[in-house]
Write a protein that binds this ligand. Structure first.
Ligand code: DQA
Length: 152
């Protein structure tokens, strides 16, 4: 067993800064869903996979880091979209590395086909997998991947 000792897997979903504004951001990059609608799809997928999800969105780096620390012994794995922090937050990278539970990085847009500064992810090497460019499906595929990984 690679996960904590309880029957149903608990997955933490973390949305980073500005993702509360989904629906008002460029739909070509981010899709048309609001964050509430995206979360609804994530919950449906979680139900299908028979796992529970705890979902948070934070605009601050501090809250993302503190939540990773606090949840590390409660949750079995994490799906994170660090948003713009992806490209420069060594603090979030360190937090992902130290929690020692598997983390999957997801992005709605294809960060490799945009501005140069977005092509760098400082967090991806401490994650078990990265999925990008599939709009909301990045999260849904990320969840499937993480659950498959945890179930070994
Ligand atoms: C994003 C990509 C980031 O470059 C950007 O800053 C975001 C969202 C995405 O999901 O495509 O806010 O992480």
């Amino acid at each position: 067993m690679t996960h904590q000792s309880h029957d149903i897997l608990k997955i933490l979903i973390l949305h980073g800064p500005n993702l509360n504004m989904l629906g008002s951001r460029d739909p070509k990059l981010y899709g048309r869903l609001t964050l509430d609608k995206l979360n609804k799809k994530i919950r449906e997928k979680a139900k299908e996979l028979n796992v529970t999800v705890k979902i948070h969105q934070f605009n601050s780096e501090e809250k993302i880091i503190t939540t990773l620390h606090r949840q590390r012994k409660i949750c079995d794995g994490v799906i994170i979209n660090p948003a713009a922090f992806t490209h420069y937050s060594f603090a979030i990278r360190d937090a992902i590395e130290l929690i020692k539970i598997p983390v999957v990085e997801v992005h709605l847009s294809n960060i490799y086909k945009r501005e140069n500064f977005r092509k760098i992810s400082v967090t991806k090497d401490v994650c078990i997998h990265q999925i990008y460019g599939k709009k909301e499906n990045s999260y849904l595929e990320g969840l499937e991947y993480l659950v498959g990984y945890l179930n070994g």
